[in-house]
Design a protein around this ligand. Sequence first.
Ligand code: ADP
Ligand code: MG
Length: 263
Amino acid sequence: EEKKEASIPKTPLVPGTDTAAHPLVELTHVEKHFGALHVLKDINLTVNKGEVLVVVGPSGSGKSTMCRTINRLETIDSGDIRIDGKTLPQEGRELANLRAEVGMVFQSFNLFANKTILENVTLAPIKVRHMDKTDAERLAMDLLARVGVDSQAAKMPSQLSGGQQQRVAIARALAMKPKVMLFDEPTSALDPEMVNEVLDVMVELAHEGMTMICVTHEMGFARKAADRIVFMADGRILEQSTPDEFFEHPKTERAKDFLSKIL
Ligand code: ADP
Ligand code: MG
């Protein structure tokens, strides 16, 4: 593992160099129902540039739904969601552009099964960012090297392990040069021995200053990488605190109960 780190080229993954804090993701009074089910209740959340948020909470508390509203994979009933100051449009080219600023990695490996690893990473930069094919391939190989799977570039997704596929999914998202990365339980479908190879990439991204929202039950990752823990239950954000505060001194009974079950 040390050798892998030493060989990582030092191309910056994170666009922009200014470090002044500014809100990249802002949710204000967000409400969402699925029919009669009230899944997001007055969600207010600000994520500043370079911040790493870890979202935790019991199953069914609305964590995935909140992530999905941030790039409009789900609509909201009311409230406001802004990405880098711009309200998410309902549809059209403007939505596609804003969506491209939010990279997303899901629990299940959703690579395009009929495309090579390299094509998986170059597709969106060519189609959405209108990048030249040669440039897109150079960028893709650089990113695949960063996540340690450049030797797999010519293979099909099914030929890779789950951990390798998730690392490709991260490289694919990064190829769009997103301003923020969303991770929704990216390791929960992996065999245990592959979890760390994905978390290591996420920790490195965090250390490089990527703005990240991560839903995960990996508390080791949360302690190592999170600037802030957001605890959700029943569609509400009940606590927002530093990892130390949250793990040592949870404020609510719900959080105490949650922690007693997972730690
Ligand atoms: P979490 O990610 O915290 O486990 P989710 O956001 O997936 O929670 O789900 C929150 C609630 O919304 C759950 O009760 C879930 O069953 C429900 N839900 C999620 N997606 C849908 C959907 N597309 N249609 C109806 N109900 C949904
Ligand atoms: Mg979920």
